[in-house]
Design a protein around this ligand. Structure first.
Ligand code: ZN
Length: 351
């Protein structure tokens, strides 16, 4: 499968946190030469050289995406729901979701908020809360909804098909956080499969990041990394920020984050990554963030493992409609490869 096709397939794939089975199966299939290991959370792990005593470089990307889950079916057939992961409430109304039935089929539903005609004054003047909204798949009774195979606990994801604009090198779709990272890691691991490297390379495809970096802890405990490189789809800021505050623009290369709410990046590793990018003429951006968090923090908090985050800029992350560029993706892959090839036991020992 070529790169563009693979990104489109991964973006379209159903996989909110806790329901990553399809993504895990796809990853395992693409990397079958590595004899991947899967656990009951559907984390996937690969290891380049089993039983090697070389330092262990773990690459990580999370397979889950933000979504929703049915909380209750109402007598009208419409559903109360809860968000899975961090959503802005203003992104929900009028958006379309695919609900997964118990047989694994997808049913289209719209998120409805009360029409203005039925609102009182205070409702008209505030943002809707999730408890004001419903998922409606066009049924007229609870029985009809349940007959579709939908009920309490049914998971849902944004209903969007990924497209790629060849002329502008732009993807439009959902779930680039973090399927773009998953795609990058598949590319990198396939490329490195038979290369002789100074370090052992481990692959961690983790679940449930969007609900609190859960799966990566199991991967990290199993793979016992000495250093880690996380591949992320990260929020682009170039349509909202000005001047020097633009730190993650589209088509300016992957972003290396010095700090966010969850982690202060090991500055020696960060410096090595920036120098490696510059030495290889790979464009990169640097960011200092007051919010956000990644799997890097969870890995870092386990035995203090130095972790960096390579983020591919994604506009309007955690929504249905995201832009992401092919060249940023390719530069993230190039940087990942350059780091895997240039990290040595001596460099790791000094981090
Ligand atoms: Zn993410």
């Amino acid at each position: 499968m070529n790169t563009i096709e693979q990104i489109k397939v991964l973006s379209d794939m159903f996989g909110p946190s806790g329901f990553e089975d399809k993504v895990a199966a796809f990853v395992a299939e693409q990397l079958k030469d590595y004899a991947p290991e899967k656990d009951s959370m559907r984390n996937v792990r690969v290891e380049k050289e089993k039983d090697s005593d070389k330092p262990r470089v773990m690459l990580d990307a999370h397979m889950d995406e933000v979504g929703a889950i049915v909380q209750a079916v109402m007598p009208s057939g419409a559903m109360r729901f809860l968000p899975i992961g961090g959503w802005s409430m203003s992104s929900f109304p009028s958006s379309s979701f695919s609900i997964c039935t118990k047989d694994g089929n997808l049913v289209k539903a719209v998120v409805a908020a009360k029409p203005p005609h039925f609102m009182n004054e205070s409702e008209r003047n505030r943002l809707p809360a999730v408890s004001d909204m419903i998922l409606d798949c066009g049924t007229t009774s609870k029985e009809e909804t349940e007959a579709l195979g939908i009920g309490i606990g049914s998971p849902a994801v944004p209903d969007v098909a990924c497209t790629f604009d060849e002329a502008r090198g732009l993807f439009y779709g959902k779930a680039f956080d973090d399927r773009i990272g998953v795609a990058a890691m598949i590319d990198i691991l396939q490329t490195l499969k038979d290369e002789d490297l100074p370090c052992n390379i481990l692959g961690s495809f983790s679940t449930q990041e969007e609900v609190g970096e859960r799966g990566v802890r199991i991967n990290s405990r199993n793979l016992r990394p000495d250093v880690a490189i996380c591949f992320e789809g990260c929020p682009a800021d170039d349509t909202f920020q000005q001047g020097c505050m633009i730190q993650t623009a589209l088509k300016k290369g992957p972003m290396l984050r010095h700090i966010d709410r969850s982690m202060i990046t090991n500055w020696r590793f960060q410096k090595f990554a920036l120098e490696t990018a510059h030495a290889n003429n790979i464009p990169v951006q640097e960011a200092v963030r007051s919010g956000g968090g990644t799997n890097g923090a969870s890995i870092n908090m386990q035995e203090g493992v130095p972790a960096i985050v390579i983020g591919v800029p994604v506009r309007y992350i955690h929504s249905h409609h995201c832009w992401c560029s092919l060249e940023d993706y390719q530069n993230a892959v190039k940087l990942g490869l350059a780091l895997c090839r240039s990290l040595t036991p001596e460099i790791i020992a000094e981090l």
